[in-house]
Design a protein around this ligand. Structure first.
Ligand SMILES: Cc1ncc(COP(=O)(O)O)c(C=O)c1O
Length: 363
């Protein structure tokens, strides 16, 4: 250990990881071409299927969620075809940029930061173009907006040529998500948010339709080639060396998460969000996300009225042993984000909010 004193992470990723999981990571390694590894990976695949509520293909690889943005562009958008991106914050913008960087022709439905995408605007845009895929950020972490994903999914039921690609980086395990029932073709996420794990793993659920699309595309790149990942996955392996230590922790955490129960976990996140929203309103702050679209995993507190010094707040929290967020991108300072994702309990959240209160009282 570095001897550094640990500050508890209350960030919208990376989140605090339970000590038990960190200890599992330090348990020594196994070779990844062994039967023992295949058993581990098979359990993780099964756990992920249960988490994503899918019976189709799942991946767990050494990467961050961004990697599967690239994978989605390479495997799901045919050369020369268009993709439609819903953009309403930093991560929507960045995903669009990754699609462009991979040569995709991109159209976007842009909403003001703090607003959600409506079903009507997505339906209208789908009617006006032919798209290989629609990309939706389920939970826009920069603005604290959750999009009406289930309803948007409905729009694609009678559009089989348009795949539905969903970034659920800050929603998977923190908000309701039903991959098969809702007809999602790619659901991609990262380990360091609601999964409560260390950064370094990217998870995805990929439909048969998405794999069929990949088969139509000759040049799919290498590291994120869905067909190779699926081929190795059938043998409970990964094409290249996986981060075995992180997978040990993922295995343990998937068991814990499933023991908590998906619905219970979603409800706990909703209760944490409600507590945080009430706290903010009672202190004279606003809520940046429009009503009806407020995220269960991260609250963007609107600081424009009160105008507190967010960097002083962050410094104060550090002295109290917490690492908190000063806001993100172009709304940093105008907003600050209170994260309530992962394994956080209501009692822990109350302790965090007490630190915010202490700062407000002394400033
Ligand atoms: C909604 C969303 N999408 C994508 C990302 C990028 O994920 P990663 O940092 O794991 O690549 C983030 C990171 O915060 C995010 O919040």
């Amino acid at each position: 250990m570095s001897g550094r004193s640990h500050r508890r992470l209350v960030l919208p990723g990376p989140v605090e990881v339970r000590r038990e999981l960190l200890e599992v990571q330090a348990n020594g390694l196994i070779g990844h071409r062994t039967a023992e590894f295949a058993e581990l990976y098979a359990r993780i695949q099964e756990g992920l299927r249960r988490v994503f509520l899918t019976e189709q293909t799942v991946f767990a690889i050494g990467a961050s969620g961004t990697g599967f943005w690239e994978g989605a562009a390479r495997n799901c958008i045919r050369p020369g075809r268009r993709v439609l991106h819903c953009v309403g914050g930093s991560f929507g913008e960045r995903w669009r940029m990754v699609s462009q960087a991979n040569g995709c022709a991109v159209d976007s439905i842009v909403v003001e930061w703090g607003q959600a995408h409506t079903v009507a605007m997505v339906a209208d845009a789908l009617d006006r173009g032919e798209y290989d895929a629609l990309c939706v950020v389920h939970n826009e972490t920069s603005t604290g907006v959750i999009n009406p994903l289930r309803e948007i999914c409905e729009l694609l039921r009678d559009r089989p040529d348009t795949l539905l690609l969903v970034d659920c980086v800050s929603s998977a395990l923190g908000a309701e998500l039903r991959v098969d029932e809702w007809g999602i073709d790619v659901a991609l996420t990262s380990s360091q948010k609601c999964f409560g794990l260390s950064p370094g793993l990217a998870f995805a659920a990929v439909s048969e339709a998405a794999l069929a699309r990949a088969r139509e595309i000759a040049v799919r790149g290498y590291y994120f080639d869905f067909l190779e990942l699926a081929r190795y996955g059938q043998r409970h392996q990964t094409p290249s060396t996986p981060p075995v230590s992180l997978l040990f922790a993922a295995d343990r955490q998937l068991q814990a998460v499933l023991a908590e129960g998906l619905a219970a976990r979603w409800e706990r996140h909703a209760a944490l969000a409600e507590l945080t929203q009430r706290w903010a309103l009672a202190r004279g702050f606003g809520l940046f996300a429009e009503e009806g679209a407020r995220s269960p995993t991260v609250t963007a507190v609107d600081n424009r009225e009160r105008g507190i010094d967010v960097m002083a707040l962050v410094a104060f929290a550090r002295r109290r042993g917490y690492e908190i967020d000063p806001g993100y991108g172009k709304i940093k300072g105008k907003t600050f984000r209170i994260a309530h994702m992962g394994d956080l309990t209501i009692a822990e959240m109350e302790a965090v909010l007490a630190v915010y209160d202490e700062f407000l009282q002394q400033s």
